[in-house]
Ligand binder design. Sequence first.
Ligand code: IDP
Ligand code: MG
Length: 160
Amino acid sequence: FLPHLVASMEEVEQTYIMIKPDGVQRGLVGEIISRFEKKGFKLTGLKLFQCPKELAEEHYKDLQSKPFFPKLIDYITSGPVVCMGWEGVGVVASARKLIGATNPLNAEPGTIRGDFAVQTGRNVVHGSDSPDNGKREIGLWFKEGELCAWTAVQEPWLVE
Ligand code: IDP
Ligand code: MG
């Protein structure tokens, strides 16, 4: 137990990151996981998963009325995805920065979408857009017992 970490506990957030079927098919799984690991976030859940249509629809329910919605559901269910929970101070917004803009052509070089994608409809990775959605999406994609709470040995070297 590390008492000096208690002060920052309330700032610790959870985000749901998902490597979409194109990222899996293109062999980018290791590269993408590596970026979040190297940044200093903590992995709390990880699985390869073939997403059922109903779950894809629930996950993206806010986009239901968009013309691209049916194609989006086809895309997300077209092959296995990698589901991940990541934890850390400020992880939600920071992960969105690491991922880059929704349209990969607008995503900065150095971001995942900026480095590895060219089209919004094949943008390789998902990241929650708020701490509330982080919790909601982790709850949606993971069952109880699939997540791990653990202490990383590097924590004192990441947080003063
Ligand atoms: P985000 O993934 O950057 O948060 P959202 O606007 O939440 O972007 O859209 C969710 C996902 O829906 C996008 O990542 C992308 O896969 C898909 N999407 C969004 N806009 C379009 C579009 O105009 N055409 C095709 N797919 C889209
Ligand atoms: Mg979004």
